[in-house]
Structure formats: structure tokens, C-alpha cells
Design a protein. Structure first.
Length: 277
């Protein structure tokens, strides 16, 4: 039985002396999309679109560095183990950007910009404007994982199984040829979250009452999907109490973002019910 989803035969291509990695191109395309959509949403709320572009000059390098730091810290044996090469930690184009490091560091970089520059709207406005574009960028980044034949799930005989070359199969899975395409699951989940954030504002009217709530809703919505997808991945990971580390991180992030939304919703309710003075 042939898999519906074959893996790419190459993760890169060359034009003259230059070599281009599909993973890096997917990340760049995602960043460009997030900035483009963020500019549109920010200006639609009355802000100057250039605020987004200039904040991105801070956010993007912070995000890439943060994403790599998170990945290396949570997978130290891959870079500092007995058979590892520490220099590989610098080879970002080979894959390996932890989303929580990228989001937290990227947001911090943008925050520095908003604190040190005069902008037309506030930092929470910026986060809300960027949220749908960021989750679309994550979907595009997952396509890069497909090119690298990485981060796939458990073996499966389902018709949409993903073919993985023998050299890229984890130890103990050499006799299996098709696996769950978790890159596709997460990409589709991200697009659904983006659609909900963009097209169904009335659905969230009772939840989204304050600036920053859209971003919190993105964090919560994305992480719910990441939780179940992480549970079927078989790539190397560190375990805590029998669960992958990123499952614990997802549980903490879901709880934190949900609590933030509840408290924000309560603040919005109280402010709307205060008697006029």
C-alpha cells in the first residue's frame, strides 16, 4: 500500500554557489506573511503599519534566537551528547526551533521596541494584530519539517501515512515505512485557529473583551492542538514523569492562557457593570 504523502527527496537546492534550504525558506515565508497580515490588522485598528515592520526588526531575531535556545536546552543530548557535535547547535537550517522560545523571545523583542519608541497603538494591540499571522507562519514552518523528514508521529497504516526514508527513521522503527504526518496535523490545526481568529470575531465576542485577549486566545487554541499532536510524536525527547517535556509545557501554557482569559473576561464584565459616576 502506497502512502498518500511521500517525503521530499531533498531538503535543499543550489543555484550556482548558493545553497537554499527549504526549511529556512518556509520560515522566511512565514515571517513575511505574519508581518504582512499584522500590518493590515494593525492599521485597520487605527495604527501606523510601519510600527509593525519596525517592531519586527526586533522581534524576528529575538524569536529565532529564542526558538533555537529553547530547542537546544530541551534536547541537549542531540548537541552535547557523547557522539554529538556542539557546533550543530548553530545550524538552524537543519531544523530545530522551539515554538515557546520563539514566541516568548520574539514578544520580548517587540516589547522592547514598544517601550523605547513612540507608537500609534499599544503593545497589546500589536500582539492581537500579529496573532493570526503568527499561527499561519507556524503552519508554513511545519512544511519545512516535511522537507527535513522530521517530527513525524507513530507508525500508521492509514491512507494518509507519511513515507519516511530508512535513514531518517528512529531506532526501533526501521521496519516501518509510513508514519503519522504530524507536520500536516499541526499545520492544519494552525490554519483552523487562524481562521477562527480572523473570520469569527462574533463567536469570541464574549471571550475577547480586552486588548491582548486575541493573542491569549491564539496561545490557548494552538496549544490545545499541540498537546494531542505531541502525544503521538516519536522523535527524541526528554521525559518527565512518563510524559514528553513539551506535553507538560503545553499543559502549563493552556492553563496559564485560559486563566488569563478568564480574569480578563471578569475585568471586562466588572468594568461594564460599574455604575456611572
Amino acid at each position: 500500500m502506497h502512502a498518500l504523502i511521500p517525503s521530499p527527496s531533498s531538503s535543499q537546492f543550489s543555484i550556482g554557489p548558493a545553497t537554499f534550504h527549504f526549511y529556512a525558506l518556509c520560515i522566511i515565508a512565514g515571517i513575511a506573511t505574519a508581518i504582512w497580515l499584522g500590518r493590515k490588522r494593525y492599521s485597520a485598528n487605527g495604527g501606523l503599519a510601519d510600527d509593525v515592520s519596525e517592531a519586527a526588526i526586533w522581534a524576528v531575531p529575538f524569536g529565532i534566537i529564542g526558538g533555537r535556545i529553547y530547542h537546544v536546552i530541551t534536547s541537549p543530548q542531540k548537541y552535547f551528547g557523547s557522539d554529538a557535535n556542539p557546533v550543530d547547535a548553530l545550524r538552524i537550517w537543519q531544523g530545530g526551533l522551539g515554538i515557546w522560545g520563539a514566541i516568548s523571545f520574539g514578544a520580548f523583542g517587540a516589547y522592547i521596541y514598544f517601550r523605547t519608541h513612540k507608537t500609534t497603538l499599544s503593545f497589546p494591540h500589536f500582539l492581537d494584530a500579529l496573532a493570526p499571522g503568527v499561527v499561519i507562519a507556524q503552519a508554513m514552518g511545519r512544511v519545512g519539517n516535511w522537507f527535513n523528514q522530521e517530527l513525524f508521529g507513530k507508525p500508521t497504516s492509514l491512507p494518509w501515512g507519511l513515507e519516511i526514508d530508512l535513514v531518517n527513521r528512529p531506532d526501533g522503527y526501521e521496519n516501518y515505512s509510513t508514519f503519522h504526518p504530524t507536520f500536516l496535523y499541526e499545520a492544519l490545526w494552525c490554519l483552523v485557529v487562524a481562521y477562527l481568529l480572523l473570520k469569527l470575531p462574533m463567536f469570541f465576542k464574549r471571550i475577547v473583551k480586552n486588548k491582548g485577549d486575541v493573542f491569549a486566545l491564539y496561545i490557548c487554541g494552538y496549544t490545545v492542538g499541540r498537546l494531542w499532536i505531541e502525544a503521538i510524536r516519536i522523535d527524541d525527547a526528554n521525559y518527565v514523569l512518563g510524559l514528553r517535556l513539551n506535553i507538560w509545557v503545553s499543559l502549563i501554557v493552556i492553563s496559564s492562557s485560559a486563566m488569563y482569559l478568564i480574569r480578563s473576561n471578569r475585568r471586562g464584565y466588572l468594568s461594564n457593570t460599574q455604575p456611572a459616576s
